[in-house]
Design a protein around this ligand. Sequence first.
Ligand code: ZN
Length: 89
Amino acid sequence: MYLGEEVIHTREETVTETHHITTGVTCDCCGESLSSDGTRGDAVAIRYTGGFASPVVGDMVTWAFEVCEPCLQRWTDTFKHPVRVHCDL
Ligand SMILES: [Zn+2]
């Protein structure tokens, strides 16, 4: 292969790579598997990184978890103020 000046030497190699493919998600709250039948809805991924001097999460510490939709509803039902609902259809 010609790559401009002849200062870069290459050879062809066949490389086998291993990739991790998500095949399922388990709700971190109830422990139920989110099966493909959709009865527990989609996995809701929550990611939060605490800012400077975050008193609970920690400075630049990230919390990450997935919950099913029924657990999301049970959690948000405990909120003092209802969630704001929008529909983009
Ligand atoms: Zn759940």
